[in-house]
Write a protein that binds this ligand. Structure first.
Ligand SMILES: NC(=O)c1ccc[n+]([C@@H]2O[C@H](COP(=O)([O-])OP(=O)(O)OC[C@H]3O[C@@H](n4cnc5c(N)ncnc54)[C@H](OP(=O)(O)O)[C@@H]3O)[C@@H](O)[C@H]2O)c1
Length: 327
């Protein structure tokens, strides 16, 4: 079998998620090639900690570096499009943290740039890469559960109204939809036959004017339905349930799930499916990105990313909620 090439990765930003990625790939014997960050000192520390070969004095140099194959963007949502433009227009493959862009217009622009340069563009949506979801897909497609009729999803974190972090900060594209709603919608899209066309929702705003809490109802042309409850100021379990003709599947901690319980109606039998490891979520993503580049296959599910972004864009428009960059 052909050996897979070890690509040169550069990470932009070195906050929480960039550290998680570096830890995760280190465990699997891989290193990043380069790091660039707005605060240079943090990049230096990051490079030291994870044995990264190159640190840019000016992080914008990353886009010009011929040695870089893949750029992993880990800055706040509202900054993504400007870095996507820089990276894609120079022919770099890009793995970009969620939410990949603020809205569908920005995403369309990025997709056009990627197509133009024939490079892979992907959103770092962990659940698309967890082995468990590939197995659940097989179970559903195998027909034992019958059709999927209804999907119910919760996601609630309790975050303080602290403007020093991005969660409630409108200038950093905070709010429940882009931060956690995207997981619920991606979970739904993984199992739905097609993109939801009918969409209704309710929203409650935080004092900072970003969406704090929302409920969303969706239906696609196949009449599969979805209900979602989100909150950034009220704890809920991260729980997804897929109800089918012949039973239901429950997934706890669904963004990085490694276990699901399948219950069959007729017998009441519960089957526990365990696959993959939550700790390796970012490693699966990293591996799939390299596979996608090598084989140009649909390992990254940009089609789902696009559908999810369209739903989020539609809902925020309905609410009349925009970010400074959109005004
Ligand atoms: N996939 C997941 O499970 C997961 C989990 C958490 C977060 N995320 C996503 O990852 C992204 C970052 O989240 P995080 O929690 O890692 O954030 P974080 O810890 O606050 O780190 C943000 C990084 O972005 C840099 N940055 C901030 N504003 C910038 C700007 N205007 N221009 C250039 N660089 C800028 C910061 O640089 P300084 O050092 O100079 O401040 C820092 O390195 C978000 O899109 C988030 O949704 C994903």
């Amino acid at each position: 079998m052909k050996e897979m090439k070890e690509y040169n990765w550069a990470v932009l930003g070195c906050g929480v998620i960039a550290n998680e990625l570096a830890e995760s790939i280190k465990k699997h014997g891989r290193k990043l090639y380069a790091v660039g960050n707005r605060t240079y000192e943090k990049a230096l520390k990051y490079a030291e900690k994870y044995d990264v070969e190159k640190v840019y004095d000016d992080y914008m140099d990353m886009f010009m570096d011929d040695e870089v194959d893949i750029i992993y963007i880990t800055t706040p949502h509202n900054t993504h499009i400007q870095f996507l433009r820089e990276a894609l227009s120079r022919g770099k493959h890009v793995l970009c943290e969620k939410s990949i862009t603020l809205n569908s217009d920005e995403l369309e622009e990025a997709i056009m740039l990627a197509n133009d340069k024939n490079v892979i563009l992907a959103e770092a949506m962990t659940l698309y890469h967890m082995p468990l979801y590939k197995k659940l897909d097989e179970i559903v497609k195998g027909g034992r559960m019958g059709d999927i009729n209804l999907i119910t999803i919760n996601f609630g974190s309790y975050k303080k109204y602290d403007m020093n972090n991005r969660f409630f900060n409108r200038n950093l594209a905070g709010g429940a939809m882009l931060d956690i709603g995207i997981y619920a919608l991606s979970f739904a899209r993984w199992f739905l036959k097609s993109k939801p066309e009918k969409i209704v929702s309710q929203v409650m705003y935080a004092p900072t004017k970003v969406d704090e809490q929302a409920t969303i109802l969706l239906m696609n042309d196949e009449q599969q339905m979805v209900t979602i409850a989100l909150s950034l100021h009220s704890k809920q379990p991260k729980r997804g349930m897929i109800s089918c003709d012949k039973g239901y599947i429950e997934v706890m901690e669904y963004p990085r799930a490694m276990e699901a319980v399948v219950t069959y109606n007729e017998t009441g039998v519960k089957e526990i499916i365990q696959l993959g490891n939550t700790q390796d979520a970012l490693w699966y993503e990293f591996e799939d990105m390299e596979k996608a580049i090598t084989g140009k296959k649909n390992h990254m599910h940009l089609d789902y990313t696009k559908d999810v972004m369209e739903v989020m864009t539609y809902i925020r428009k309905e609410w009349g909620m925009s970010y400074p960059e959109e005004e």
